[in-house]
Design a protein around this ligand. Structure first.
Ligand code: ATR
Length: 272
């Protein structure tokens, strides 16, 4: 019998995780199965416990349950503590272990797949919701010269910065602001972690924030977004979040199985 894993969310039918993990299993020869589980909003904890009691070894957790997975985990990694969210549960004999692989997924996509070293660079992170909490710590770990978090609701950007200031040694390079405050500033990397693209919108980013050779990265995936069109129009290079999706999955697979699958062929397959 293969070892059982699953992604749990609501909705979950759109998830590419079963396909990605099936490819990882085929590639590494690991004997695993990976399902998608839809949980009703009131039913997340019961559904996790049911899967575990049926022999499940681990789960990926997607929206809207990442905060509840953080609360449910009895042991948590440093990056899960920083993110205040868990996207990877590993069922150990004595405890449920919670981790967050989103940030390392973004950083690996940027540094390995896209060849962008982040040390000493100026980074703009747009948004101060769950997606930004997930990636802020791992971005700080890369020792940028500056990490500015801009948000429509400025107070939320400031709250995020306060949170990381308490937890992260590199926090002095971190500051929060509104989009208007960005006028006249330049960045080497602009990451869109807002959900604006889901409704075809984009935050009110002033023109001129892309330095020469800058990259605009949208954590959403699936082709163009209003933000990527804007970034391209500003002369930036562009990338969507498909690589991040596959990299965060690879890190979950490594946590569970102790082997890191190759991501390049899987990213290429999903682009077809
Ligand atoms: P969470 O991830 O915490 O559930 P969310 O409501 O999905 O949060 O929003 C994620 C981020 O996208 C937030 O930073 C939000 O900005 P606000 O804090 O001001 O609400 C941002 N966002 C969503 N739609 C946006 C839009 N049209 N323009 C600018 N920012 C937007």
């Amino acid at each position: 019998m293969p070892d059982k894993y699953a992604v749990i969310g609501n909705p979950v039918a759109h998830s590419k995780s079963p396909l990605i993990h099936a490819e990882f299993a085929r590639q590494t020869g690991e004997d695993v199965s990976y399902a998608a589980i839809l949980a009703a909003h009131g039913d997340f904890e019961t559904a996790v416990e049911r899967f575990r009691s049926e022999g499940g070894r681990g789960m990926n957790v997607t929206l809207p349950f990442k905060h509840r997975a953080h609360a449910l985990a009895q042991k948590r990694s440093r990056r899960a503590e920083q993110a205040l969210a868990v996207n990877t549960l590993a069922f150990e004999s004595d405890a449920v272990h919670g981790d967050n692989t989103d940030g390392v997924g973004l950083v690996r996509d940027l540094t390995v797949n896209l060849g962008r070293a982040l040390r000493g660079t100026r980074i703009l992170l747009m948004g101060a919701g769950g997606a930004s909490y997930g990636v802020c710590g791992p971005l700080l770990d890369e020792s940028p010269a500056e990490l500015i978090v801009a948000n429509r609701t400025k107070a939320k950007a400031l709250t995020l910065c306060e949170h990381f200031r308490r937890l992260h040694p590199a926090a002095p390079v971190l500051s929060g602001c509104s989009y208007e405050d960005l006028a006249g500033k330049r960045f080497d990397l602009v990451v869109n972690a807002t959900s604006a693209g889901l409704t075809g919108e984009m935050p009110a980013l002033p023109p001129g924030v892309f330095a020469a050779g800058a990259l605009g990265y949208d954590m959403l995936y699936g082709g163009s977004t209003p933000f990527l069109e804007f970034a391209g129009g500003e002369g930036g290079e562009t990338a969507d979040g498909l690589g991040m999706l596959v990299e965060q999955a690879a890190e979950s697979f490594r946590i569970w199985r102790g082997v890191r699958p190759e991501t390049g062929p899987v990213i290429a397959m999903l682009r077809l």
